[in-house]
Design a protein around this ligand. Structure first.
Ligand code: HEC
Length: 134
């Protein structure tokens, strides 16, 4: 009899653990939010580094930031939306970021400044689109 009770207690404990794990599976939100915030922070850091690079004529800094923006735009978090309009905005962003990288690697300050404006326009355009979707 004592063994049966112990067995039931163990079973109950196991169920609690399994249920707790399941509940955790369904709500991985805190971590997702952390990841998302880190990823947003990265975009802002890149934008800041580009402005710094343009002001100081530090072309390497601009190239590195442009590379990072292009890399981010290929990550899964970026491509959560798959509508044609979003993919189009995404591809325009990538091409202006590539132009920025090219201009900076050619040490073309005016060209890089212009490309930076385009990148910024693409940031704004995509976010405006996202707000309109809601
Ligand atoms: C092709 C679309 C697209 C482009 C271009 C884009 N973003 Fe975003 N951005 C997103 C999406 C999607 C989110 C929302 C992500 C989420 O909520 O999971 C976002 C969110 C953000 C946020 C957080 C806003 C908030 O509500 O907390 C910041 C900051 C940000 N982006 C900065 C930038 C910057 C800076 C650029 C340009 C260098 C840029 N983004 C370009 C798609 C884009």
């Amino acid at each position: 009899m004592g063994r049966l009770v112990t067995g039931m207690i163990v079973l109950a404990a196991l169920c609690t653990v399994v249920l707790a794990c399941k509940a955790q599976d369904q709500e991985p939100e805190p971590q997702q939010i952390d990841e998302r915030q880190a990823y947003m922070q990265r975009k802002l850091d890149d934008a800041r580094h580009i402005v710094e690079g343009l002001s100081m004529e530090d072309f390497d800094k601009i190239v590195a930031a442009a590379n990072d923006l292009i890399a981010i735009s290929h990550e899964s978090g970026w491509n959560t939306l798959t509508s044609e309009a979003y993919l189009q905005l995404s591809s325009e962003f990538r091409s202006s970021a590539s132009r920025l990288r090219k201009m900076a690697s050619e040490k073309n300050l005016d060209g890089a400044t212009l490309a930076y404006f385009e990148v910024t326009m693409n940031c704004v355009r995509c976010h405006k689109f996202l707000r309109e979707q809601k």
